[in-house]
Structure formats: structure tokens, C-alpha cells
Design a protein around this ligand. Structure first.
Ligand SMILES: Nc1ncnc2c1ncn2[C@@H]1O[C@H](COP(=O)(O)OP(=O)(O)O)[C@@H](O)[C@H]1O
Ligand SMILES: [Mg+2]
Length: 228
């Protein structure tokens, strides 16, 4: 069984009389410890797909099974708990809380889990060290470069020790050097920390790091290429 299994997944957004179906009848598997890259034109359903993989959104039809759990059947509150324990999410715009330090930002997901303050602190320290930012723990986001902010966001995504990490255009706002550092770090999450990673990107350099590239067009998989 694959870590992630999508079967016949369709997502329709209805807005008044109009409706959009960005993902339609999709079958998609990701293996444990695999790094998959999703590419495709703007509007091809990449973000919608990633949201369903991460339990941020549920499909209109079909099944999403992650780590043996049937995500599409979960009630909203159950889904929120499942998300905190099982997945990490990295955004193009980092989405850090501006008034919190790097340490406090990374700590946020742990506040949703039952854990002592000491355990929390130890985990945050480990996650910041893993992304090479131990010396920035008490900086605010605006006191850091874009690349550093994205590394804080990656620390926040891994601090709960999730099985899978999802990243939506994580290098989209970064210069080449910061993008390379970010991609090296994401590759290490897979190789050293055993995470499963699904990343959306437009950047061919970033896609080179993946084990497999999946191309989407109009909500369907059009081609798959394996690097390994
Ligand atoms: N919450 C939503 N409500 C209505 N339409 C949406 C919503 N999210 C995405 N869409 C539509 O679905 C299509 C695919 O969007 P998206 O998955 O963001 O594509 P991509 O990430 O590949 O650019 C777009 O036409 C978009 O406008
Ligand atoms: Mg998108």
C-alpha cells in the first residue's frame, strides 16, 4: 500500500450558478519516502490537489487515503487534529506570523498537541538547528531574509515530526541562491529524515531534486517522468 492513495478524486467549487472543477477523476499514488514534484500551467489544479492531500480541503468525490487513514471521511475537527499530527505544509509566501519570533513561529503547531513546555522547547530547538537557524531563534520574520523566513517555515512544517510534507511553490519568491539552499534542505528532509514530500513548482532547477515529476493539465495527470 502506498503512503498516499487518491482514487477518482474530483473537486468542484460552486459559486452561484457557475462551477469550476479544477481536479477531475484523479488517481495518484505517492510512496513512503518519495519526493514527487507537481508541475503544470497556472490554474491546472496543483494547489487544489495539494490542499486535498494535506487535508486542508476535502474532495467532492473520491477517496484520499494517507498513512492508512481515510481523510475524505473525516469531520472537520477530526481533520484538523489529523493534519497537525500527520502533515506539514510550506507556502510560497512563508506565512509566518509577523509579531512572533522564529522560535515562537515554529512552536505554534506544537501548541495544538499535548506536550510539556520543556518538550516543546526541545523540539523547536531541534527543528531550528535542522534548518541551520539556531542563531536566528529570537529574530522576527522582518529581521530575516526571504530564504531564512522560508527555512523557519520549513522548521515549522517538520516540528511535529509529520510523515508527509507538502510545499506549494516554496522557491517562487526566492532568488537563485536562496532557492538552491531551500531545495537542498527539502531534499535532506527526504534523505536524512525519511519524510515523504510533494512539491508544486514552476522551477525546472527545483524539479531536478525530485524522484518523480508529475505534469498536470486541466486537473488531470498528463505525463510522469522518473529521475531515479
Ligand atoms: N476556493 C475556490 N473557489 C473557487 N474556485 C477555486 C477555488 N480554489 C481554486 N479555484 C479555481 O480552481 C482552478 C485551479 O486552481 P488552483 O488549484 O489554484 O491551480 P494552480 O495551483 O495549478 O494554479 C482555478 O480556476 C481557480 O480559480
Ligand atoms: Mg497554485
Amino acid at each position: 500500500m502506498s503512503l498516499i492513495e487518491l482514487r477518482g478524486v474530483t473537486k468542484t467549487f460552486a459559486s452561484g450558478a457557475e462551477s469550476v472543477t479544477p481536479v477531475s477523476g484523479l488517481d495518484f499514488d505517492v510512496e513512503q519516502g518519495e519526493f514527487v514534484c507537481l508541475m503544470g500551467p497556472s490554474g491546472s489544479g496543483k494547489t487544489t490537489l495539494l490542499h486535498m492531500l494535506a487535508g486542508i480541503d476535502r474532495p467532492t468525490e473520491g477517496a484520499v487515503v494517507v498513512n492508512g487513514e481515510r481523510v475524505h471521511e473525516m469531520a472537520a475537527s477530526e481533520l484538523a487534529r489529523w493534519r497537525t499530527r500527520t502533515v506539514g505544509y510550506v507556502f510560497q509566501q512563508y506565512n509566518l506570523i509577523p509579531v512572533l519570533t522564529a522560535f515562537e513561529n515554529v512552536e505554534v503547531p506544537l501548541l495544538l498537541l499535548k506536550m510539556s513546555k520543556q518538550d516543546r522547547s526541545r523540539r523547536v530547538t531541534t527543528a531550528l538547528a535542522a534548518v541551520g537557524l539556531s542563531d536566528r531563534a529570537h529574530h522576527l520574520p522582518r529581521q530575516m531574509s526571504g530564504g531564512q523566513q522560508q527555512r523557519v517555515a520549513i522548521a515549522r512544517a517538520i516540528v511535529t515530526d509529520p510523515v508527509a510534507v507538502f510545499a506549494d511553490e516554496p522557491t517562487g519568491n526566492l532568488d537563485r541562491e536562496a532557492a538552491t539552499t531551500t531545495m537542498t534542505l527539502l531534499r535532506r528532509l527526504v534523505d536524512e529524515f525519511g519524510k515523504t514530500l510533494v512539491m508544486v513548482t514552476h522551477d525546472p532547477q527545483a524539479a531536478k531534486q525530485a524522484d518523480r515529476v508529475v505534469h498536470l493539465d486541466k486537473g488531470k495527470i498528463v505525463t510522469e517522468a522518473s529521475h531515479a
